[in-house]
Design a protein around this ligand. Structure first.
Ligand code: NIG
Ligand code: FE
Length: 388
């Protein structure tokens, strides 16, 4: 179905055209054919037969959210861990092992049903591109099925066999790294685009992380790194050195980390849902942006550290508690996510880009943080197909 959206009160393009008022967008064959201000509508290409005209009635249209960090293939429940944290207990990465046990015990169909449920939940909230990591299998067969299931629903699949050292390798973590960089990588690489590692005290050292990332690169995968979530460490500088597309978390960054990021192409993906759900301090995004770091926002949907799938919620936190302006937060949740995934066909609204758009029931994108918790996403187009 081809669609002409007219009477758009505010159109965020994430291009040099900036934010337009009284605008229109023409969608043809799943792509944006034209986007601009109505004063120029004479230049809209003649819509092909059967175009649906949607009157935005002065409301805002933004690019679909690009959520560049999630862990959606898992089983089990960790509600009680969250309750304990809210009562004062600290977050510990060791909880990952309980999800690993439940995930190993689940069937493909159980995992698939839940995964698809999350994808629907995200689409309804305006997320049109999702990256999904493995990491709750931690055997060759289980990691292979997690990346395979993820690949059924997204092109952005990340092999995260190096999430934590599973209990059966607790006495010999290097043997586990050898498994990850050998047979596990071989089984998973065909389904994945990205290689990731949790470089943190209690997970993998910088040296082990380097081995994992370099093996992934040698298999044709592109690196991204979980680092500086629980404390400062060498993960950020390793990520920059290896040309990672993104380093994610960055809750505890040193001045050296910030300087390294600022002089690099590596995106820093902030995950406000994690600090919300673990009561850790919110990172100061203002300091990072002012230093020249490219910042993205993502949900990190997972049963342990962040169980939100709402990009508007993350935007609201980023504006309220991390020093981002509403326009910076929206950019980070759309174009920033696209940058973190090295994509230029999403996260923007311009001729040729994918027709991934969100109509807000609000006159401006500012309402995403001004009206937190209100379901403002009223209609979503993904590849030109309308949902909601
Ligand atoms: O991104 N940091 C490591 N992995 C996840 C948490 C996973 C879990 O607690 O189950 C994260 O926060
Ligand atoms: Fe994560």
């Amino acid at each position: 179905m081809n669609t002409l959206i007219t009477n758009i009160g505010e159109l965020t393009t994430n291009t040099d055209a900036g934010t337009l008022h009284d605008a229109a967008v023409l969608i043809e064959d799943g792509r944006v054919a034209w986007a601009g201000a109505v004063a120029d509508t004479g230049t809209i290409p003649e819509p092909v037969e059967g175009v649906e005209v949607v009157d935005a009635a002065g409301r805002a249209v933004i690019p679909g959210f690009v959520d560049s960090h999630s862990h959606l293939v898992f089983a089990g429940d960790r509600t009680s861990e969250f309750e304990a944290r809210m009562a004062g207990q600290k977050y510990a990465a060791g909880g990952i092992r309980s999800t690993v046990a439940a995930t190993r015990a689940a069937t493909d169909d159980e995992l698939r049903t839940r995964l698809r449920g999350f994808m629907d939940e995200m689409l309804a909230q305006g997320t049109t591109t999702v990256e999904i990591k493995s990491g709750y299998g931690l055997t060759v067969a289980d990691e292979e099925r997690l990346v395979r299931l993820a690949a059924e629903v997204t092109a952005e699949v990340t092999f995260l066999g190096a999430h934590v050292v599973p209990a059966e390798y607790a006495d010999d973590p290097d043997a586990y790294v050898a498994l990850v960089t050998g047979p596990m990588l071989e089984a998973c690489a065909p389904h994945a685009r990205w290689i990731d590692v949790f470089c943190e005290t209690g997970a993998f050292t910088v040296e082990q992380s380097r081995r994992v990332l370099e093996a992934g690169i040698a298999s044709g995968l592109i690196p991204r790194v979980h680092a500086s979530q629980l404390g400062p460490g060498g993960g950020v500088r390793l990520a920059v050195e290896l040309g990672a597309a993104s380093i994610d978390h960055g809750t505890y960054l040193t001045d050296d980390d910030v300087a390294a990021l600022a002089g690099s192409d590596t995106v820093l993906t902030l995950l406000p849902g994690v600090e919300f759900s673990t009561r850790q301090p919110y990172p100061d995004a203002r300091r990072l942006i002012d230093a020249g770091v490219t910042v993205a926002l993502a949900c990190d949907t997972n049963p342990g550290s962040s169980f939100t799938s709402s990009m508007p919620f993350c935007i609201a936190i980023a504006v309220r508690d991390m020093g981002m302006t509403p326009v910076e937060a929206l950019w980070a949740a759309t174009a920033g996510g696209a940058r973190a995934l090295r994509r230029d066909d999403v996260g923007r609204i311009s001729p040729g880009s994918r027709a991934d758009l969100v109509l807000l029931d609000a006159p401006s994108h500012v309402h995403l943080s001004y009206r937190p918790g209100v379901p403002l996403v009223t209609r979503v187009w993904k590849d030109g197909a309308s949902h909601g």
